[in-house]
Design a protein around this ligand. Structure first.
Ligand code: TRP
Length: 333
């Protein structure tokens, strides 16, 4: 962990599985960023409690995502579990007191999620962005790789940091910047107008760790066009076909991509050929990840210990910040 490199923090909720949308959209980028930054990647299990949850599932999913991320090439020393660093919640409380109530009410994610869930809306769902601010500021992270859906939360984090700095009378927290890397936007193969997503059901996402037969089956049944688009004209490529081409490019099949695109432009593309190429590309990735995952699983205990150890190391950094914050706020410690 070198200190002269800028610190990155990002989090992933331990819900659902790791599908190709998340893989190409986030995890692959996280992996690359490790070459350039001091990276901290967090399993956001406290965040996952803000919506209805089950204890057993939360526990299983939190470890499972660690194995998944490690299999994808996230280094164990860069990965930790949020609840093993309880200072996040301590700082979240303090930052809650520097967060505008009105601004929290304007968060679109709060509005969307509270609309999904009419029976019980927790106060945690409402104050969640203050916890997210704590996740970032506790490590004084300057760079936060997130998707566009997190833009508003990051804006709020910046406001909170600013308000705290004004209170402290110094630039205590660096004002974090979002890092939006151009990543492929992966759509559901069953409904290419919607994002690939775990919450929409099994046919709307392809598990990175699925076996070969399953991946091939899902790609073979991908929606190509609805019959309303004109074929052969590059300007009118259907959402489904375009998604298959992006998957092909994302999986590194550049040659197949070029030659099939040529077929498409010539009006000679057979969808079956495109689908086979996409399936081959995804299976190539999945096969590697699966074997890496099996290896990690065969050594379950020591992998878990590694993550506990890295969480313990990360915690020292969090504790140092909280100590200073309490001092600034006049809290006994
Ligand atoms: N809220 C993020 C999501 O749902 C996950 C997350 C939690 C996060 N804490 C974070 C992302 C801090 C970036 C920084 O995707």
């Amino acid at each position: 962990m070198s200190t002269d490199r800028a610190t990155i923090l990002s989090g992933i909720q331990p819900t659902g599985k790791l599908h190709f949308g998340r893989y190409f959209g986030a995890v692959e980028n996280w992996k690359r960023l490790q070459e350039e930054y001091d990276c901290l990647y967090m399993v956001a299990n406290y965040h996952a409690m803000s919506m209805p949850f089950q204890a057993k599932r939360l526990a299983e999913n939190s470890w499972e995502i660690c194995f998944h991320l490690l299999a994808c090439g996230i280094r164990p020393e860069n990965l930790f579990i949020q609840s093993l660093v309880p200072e996040h919640t301590e700082l979240a409380w303090i930052l809650n007191c520097f967060t505008s109530y009105g601004q929290l009410g304007r968060m679109t994610q709060f509005k969307d999620k509270s609309a999904q869930n009419e029976e019980f809306i927790s106060a945690g769902l409402f104050t969640y962005p203050a916890l997210q601010a704590a996740d970032i500021l506790i490590y004084r992270a300057g760079v936060v790789p997130v998707g566009k859906d997190q833009e508003q939360h990051l804006e709020l984090t910046r406001d909170i940091a600013q308000r705290f700095n004004n209170f402290a009378g110094k630039e205590f927290f660096p004002i974090p910047e979002a890092l939006y890397t151009a990543v492929p936007k992966v759509m559901s193969t069953a409904d290419p107008l919607r994002k690939m997503s775990a919450s929409q059901g099994d046919k709307h996402n392809i598990d990175v760790f699925a076996d070969e037969a399953r991946i091939r089956k899902q790609i073979r049944s991908a929606v190509t066009d609805t019959g309303t688009e004109a074929g052969g004209d590059a300007g009118a490529m259907s959402a489904g076909v375009s998604n298959l081409f992006s998957l092909l490019a994302a999986s590194g099949q550049t040659e197949a991509h070029a030659s099939l695109l040529q077929d498409y432009t010539a009006g000679a593309l057979r969808y079956a050929d495109l689908k086979e190429a996409v399936a081959d590309g995804l299976i190539g990735i999945s096969t590697q990840l699966r074997s890496r995952y099996q290896e990690l699983k065969s050594d379950r205990k020591s992998v878990k210990n590694q993550i506990k150890q890295s969480s313990f190391e990360v915690r020292k950094r969090a504790q140092a910040t909280v100590r200073e914050v309490k001092e600034i706020c006049g809290l006994a410690r």
